[in-house]
Design a protein around this ligand. Sequence first.
Ligand SMILES: CC(=O)SCCNC(=O)CCNC(=O)[C@H](O)C(C)(C)COP(=O)(O)OP(=O)(O)OC[C@H]1O[C@@H](n2cnc3c(N)ncnc32)[C@H](O)[C@@H]1OP(=O)(O)O
Ligand SMILES: CC(=O)C(=O)O
Length: 576
Amino acid sequence: MTAQTPNPIWIYDTTLRDGSQREGLSLSIEDKLRIARQLDQLGIPFIEGGWPGANPKDVQFFWRLKEEPLTQAEIVAFCSTRRPHKTAAEDPMLQAILAAGTHWVTIFGKSWDLHVTEGLGTTLDENLEMIRDTIEYLRSQGRRVIYDAEHWFDGYKNNPDYALKTLKTAMDAGAEWLVFCDTNGGTLPHEIGQIVRDVIERLELNPENQGRAGFEPTLSPTTEPDGLNPPLQTRHGASLHSPRLGIHTHNDSDTAVANALMSVVEGVCMVQGTMNGYGERCGNANLCSLIPNLQLKLGYHCMQEEQLATLTQVSRSISEIVNLAPDDHAAFVGRSAFAHKGGIHVSAVERNPLTYEHIPPQQVGNQRRIVISDQSGLSNVLAKAKSFGHELHKQDAACRQILGRLKELENEGYQFEAAEASFDLLMRDALGQKQQHFELKGFQVHSDMLQGIDTPYSNAMATIKVTVNGEDILEVAEGNGPVSALDAALRKALVRFYPEIGTFYLTDYKVRILDGAAGTSAKTRVLVESSNGKQRWTTVGVSANILEASYQAVVEGIEYGLLLQSAVKTAVEQNV
Ligand SMILES: CC(=O)SCCNC(=O)CCNC(=O)[C@H](O)C(C)(C)COP(=O)(O)OP(=O)(O)OC[C@H]1O[C@@H](n2cnc3c(N)ncnc32)[C@H](O)[C@@H]1OP(=O)(O)O
Ligand SMILES: CC(=O)C(=O)O
């Protein structure tokens, strides 16, 4: 028995166009080029690059791509139909889209009569003319056209006959893809399914051309012939008399991904969306969820398995480029997507990951994580101990002791899920492996608010006394705040004994008031992130005194840094 080839779905990415309509997101040309290259590597066949007539950046972006073309993806330029009562040939926007020099163009036109009369301010017939004239003109100029039917679902609900006329006009004018857009994002999955089914029937579209029924059409954008109205063929030789269908959904009802999936189930074979779901208002359908759902759950083919296994990295790299923090809880690609916190979950996952994971995380390039907290059981402790290289068994007394201490400290306000270095130190303490590098004798911090030439500024001074190897050390240091002064004084006292401390620095400092109702006597939790230039680690301190909490976190940060350095030293010595 031969394995059946999965039906293909063409992914159409619009991060660079619809994605950049998200409030707070702005891309430079270099950003756009970097994102386009990542999508190309990922194996996305269609990348919508922007609207060339709308702004100079998008014009230049297409020029830059001509100089440094993508390896496999087809870059698509986007534009509206021509303006009412003009010809397509004289519309400057359409001249701009031609000048972009892409093989494929996407044109959006109105499907909803309300938008025609109130948005465009023209007649229903003129809108049909605009669609026809625009597409025919672009075809006459050798372009292949994807037609985005804007507000398709609202239009179809309001006036199905007119909406169908717009689609038929686009189809007859030579559009190769008709894309149903849920522009306002208000349609629910059951309505999407019903409407797509109706339209396929009413337009008498051939389901064979929709990428189902075992066909594997050769519509690879880069391998098909150039030129005017190229003949479209399926692998089996049947010519494409009817266009293929696509879906473009927005997330205003939080159902964009479900809506796109419903359309595919009904026969649509192009899915438009954006990386990380960026887009106007609440965003577009998130390709980072859609692609794995299509390929791993529904059995369609979107990209090679190895490309899918880079999805998490591409998602995070794009969030870095657009300068938006990645969503830790995003399905498939989020940091927490395969994080297990509850003790029951961890105990089962350690036996068989299927018990609490819907897919193996590595299929999308993500990884399983075990989180430590007061929701933990012995299984969490064992899993963490293993990841830190400690030999520990469920029956060991230390194991229960660590779990008990963890719960006790979390009850006092500590939070170890974000401070794994402190948890490692706690485990070492219980296992009798914690090395004490110094002993605190006391510290004092003095903080002033001073008047500068224009603005006030703060100045702080810390004095610290520690004992190292039996020797008492007293040091003073200044800082721009009490914590930085204390940190500086401590390092100054220790650096003579532990020169590696000179390479450590604080990279983040977070404070959380734990019991707001208690006012100034509330407890404070401090999380400190430290680095030695190669690794980063986080430690935690809790106290009613913010300086005391900061001191705990800073000291553990230094202790842990020393531990990491000595582990490196040991590894080097052993290799030698
Ligand atoms: C659903 C979508 O996401 S569509 C994409 C939306 N994206 C954007 O709008 C971003 C880029 N847009 C822009 O830079 C500008 O809006 C431009 C350059 C396109 C147009 O700017 P302006 O000429 O100043 O027009 P403005 O933005 O005020 O209004 C939009 C015009 O497009 C017209 N229009 C809207 N849809 C269409 C359409 N499908 N076909 C033709 N014209 C359309 C509107 O009727 C309006 O016309 P008017 O100027 O006669 O009132
Ligand atoms: C075309 C498009 O972006 C929309 O209708 O949402």
